[in-house]
Design a protein around this ligand. Structure first.
Ligand SMILES: [Zn+2]
Length: 361
């Protein structure tokens, strides 16, 4: 009798402890931030080179109205004080800037130029000093280089890659005087942030023939369905800049973009930010350190570059995982993190440099 009793309570204890023992959770970084389906960056070239008025009067107010962001390519030598002040204001409002050179001269003789054309490009001036000037005038450090006319050379490519602040570049349409082509969508695991494919608004775009009503939205739709990263860039709106987009067409795109962003189909952000995210999400991992009935603790490990550990670089990533038990709190470095738990899945944003993450049950 007593033997049976012991066995029964031992069995009950075993059952109880199994029920309260949490299954080990595995957390992974989502492909794009907020677990959205794709990533997208909107750009306007030639700020201070002719497009600034439509950026002030149309792009900025219409983007703000929809809670969207975009980036403006600055020709650093052409700006005057009022344009610097406005650029600084845009940065304060959440927009970003990129380096579109000091003088807007091609880095190599374009194939459409005559034999007598001599390029006057200087890496130090047109890339290095231009970045310094934009930084000094606006407080914003550009992380993306957009070569004038998307004309590249091996030398300028090497210079950008070795520049410590520049982490991204648009791919060249011509490199060293040879057609390279740069239209397209970047795969979610694109391997070279210095050769980003783009969609430029001009008549060589593969979308152009779809006509005014469809061409802009069609590129966005392809980005979403391929779950990739799209860079779409324009010059001005309703002005006399290079292939200026009509206001009607532009606003239709912004409406589509807002709708896609609101329904988690696309993460709209700065191209450099997206490049950063893409590498950090691959190279930083959440490793389970401790697991018991009350909590599971994860550390952040990995190396973003050869010299930078994930835990030393300030990046925000989105983590996800399958979790059956009810989570009452998610903490990082003692601070509570906002999280969503539904349908057996948890999702939250965390910082790579703020210490271990703990899920409390
Ligand atoms: Zn330009």
């Amino acid at each position: 009798m007593s033997v049976i009793k012991i066995s029964a309570s031992a069995l009950l204890l075993a059952t109880l402890s199994q029920a309260s023992q949490a299954n080990d959770i595995s957390l992974v970084n989502s492909t794009w931030k907020y677990n959205k389906q794709s990533a997208y960056a909107l750009q306007h070239d030639d700020y201070c080179g002719g497009t600034q008025d439509s950026i002030h009067n149309i792009a900025v107010p219409e983007l703000k109205k929809r809670g969207l962001t975009a980036s403006f390519g600055v020709i650093a030598r052409s700006c005057w004080p009022d344009l610097w002040d406005k650029a600084k204001q845009y940065v304060d409002d959440g927009f970003t800037l990129y380096n579109h050179s000091m003088r807007h001269t091609p880095a190599f003789k374009p194939t459409w130029e005559s034999k007598t054309f001599r390029d006057d490009w200087k890496n130090e001036l047109d890339i290095g000093k231009a970045n310094e000037r934009i930084k000094a005038k606006t407080g914003y450090t550009p992380t993306l280089m957009a070569m004038p006319y998307d004309i590249g050379s091996d030398e300028s490519y090497k210079y950008v890659r070795e520049h410590p602040e520049l982490i991204a570049m648009r791919a060249p349409v011509e490199n060293n005087g040879v057609w390279a082509g740069n239209q397209g969508i970047n795969d979610k695991d694109f391997y070279n942030g210095y050769k980003l494919k783009v969609s430029l608004f001009y008549d060589w775009s593969p979308y152009w023939k779809l006509g005014k009503k469809k061409r802009l939205g069609a590129f966005l739709q392809d980005v979403i369905s391929q779950q990739g990263f799209g860079v779409q860039y324009f010059h001005g709106i309703n002005d006399d800049s290079y292939f200026a987009v009509s206001k009607t067409e532009y606003l239709r795109l912004l409406d589509k973009l807002k709708q896609a962003s609101d329904t988690d189909l696309v993460w709209v952000s700065d191209a450099g930010e997206i490049v950063n995210y893409r590498y950090a999400r691959e190279y930083c991992t959440l490793t389970l350190e401790k697991s018991d009935a009350q909590q599971q603790r994860f550390s952040i490990q990995g190396t973003v570059t050869q010299t930078q550990l994930c835990s030393q670089v300030n990046r925000e990533l989105t983590a996800m995982g399958d979790v059956e038990q009810k989570v009452v709190a998610v903490e990082q470095g003692g601070e509570a993190l906002a999280f969503v738990q539904q349908d057996g899945k948890i999702q939250f944003e965390y910082q790579t440099d703020k210490g271990d993450i703990t899920l409390l049950f």
